[in-house]
Write a protein that binds this ligand. Structure first.
Ligand code: PMP
Length: 304
């Protein structure tokens, strides 16, 4: 795996090869690591981390749900992230901050264990390769999305991804590109690592927080860009069948960016190609990420 030379770990820059943890790490056993996923893009004004503050706020909120005390302030982690980009001479990358309990005892409650913090830059190109333009084929999963009665679904907690990866593996094994999970009420929730939108009669529709989604920062960005372009977003429950008859559909997420969905359960969406509203929003979104629209500069944290 191609990698950047340095990882930030507990306040120090550690060589990639040396960024190791003990096999008794509590969070490895009980899935209680808290993480984020963000991206640094090379813009016309140099590299910039997209919506760093919002990602760090979500990291702190995720930790709060689990009563995990982060031994750094948001500002310290913001500076550490930007410095890490400089130290590694990054132009573009995916960034994975992660908080996890160390080792000491194997009781389920993490009392007394150290909270470790790492920030890892990762080479990660297009999540769906060239399908970012062509679109992906998705399948409704036989797995339901985790429910807020069971775990905090708004927290980016490692354990939640057991649900995601089962859905993803099932979809890939069945020959699809991605899964779509319904919640236990039978409404559409999201993909394993993406939020979902459909387009009907010129309007965007996306599931609400109570559907059990992770409240995506890309979801928020797309809704704001859409509003600025005069495209309304309706936040409401979406039944499965509505995906089939949508004019267009797409996923949003930091890894997947904005990816058209051209098929769901072997039903062709629209004319089976990236739809016009998806295309328009996607072009604008990529312009914003690349710093081509000053209106959205507040979302870019330039690293130098
Ligand atoms: N849902 C899940 C389950 C995710 O893991 C992600 C990726 N963080 C998203 C949605 C999209 O969130 P964001 O746009 O903030 O990356």
């Amino acid at each position: 795996m191609k990698h950047f030379p340095k990882i930030w770990m507990n306040g120090r820059y550690v060589k990639f090869e040396d960024a190791k943890i003990h096999v008794l790490t509590h969070s490895l056993h009980y899935g209680n690591a808290i993480f984020e996923g963000m991206r640094c893009y090379n813009t016309e004004k140099g590299p910039a981390v997209f919506r760093l503050r919002e990602h760090l706020s979500r990291l702190f909120n995720s930790a709060k749900s689990y009563c995990m005390k982060i031994p750094y302030s948001k500002e310290e982690l913001r500076k550490a992230t930007l410095d890490l980009m400089r130290v590694n001479n990054v132009k573009e990358c995916y960034i994975r901050p992660i908080l996890f309990y160390g080792h000491g005892h194997l009781g389920i409650e993490p009392a007394g264990l150290k909270v470790n913090v790492a920030i890892i830059p990762i080479f990660w190109g297009r999540y769906f390769g060239e399908k970012i333009e062509k679109g992906v084929r998705a399948k409704i999963s036989s797995w339901c999305r985790i429910n807020p009665l069971i775990v905090p679904t708004q927290a980016k907690c490692a354990g939640n991804y057991a649900n995601s990866l089962l859905a993803k593996m099932e979809a890939l094994d069945a020959g699809y590109d991605e899964a779509i999970l319904q919640n236990i009420s039978g409404y559409i929730a999201e993909g394993p690592g993406e939020n979902i939108f459909i387009v009907r009669q010129g309007k965007l529709i996306t599931p609400p927080v109570h559907a059990g989604i992770l409240v995506g920062i890309t979801r928020d960005s797309i809704m704001r860009i859409a509003r600025d372009m005069g495209i309304e977003t309706i936040i409401r429950d979406i039944p499965r069948e509505e995906l089939y008859i949508a004019d267009e559909a797409f996923f949003t997420g930091t890894a997947a960016e904005m990816t058209p969905i051209i098929e769901v359960d072997d039903r062709v969406i629209g004319d089976g190609r990236r739809g016009p509203i998806t295309h328009k929003l996607q072009s604008k979104f990529f312009d914003v990420l690349r710093g081509k629209d000053e209106k959205y500069y507040e979302w870019l944290e330039f690293i130098r």
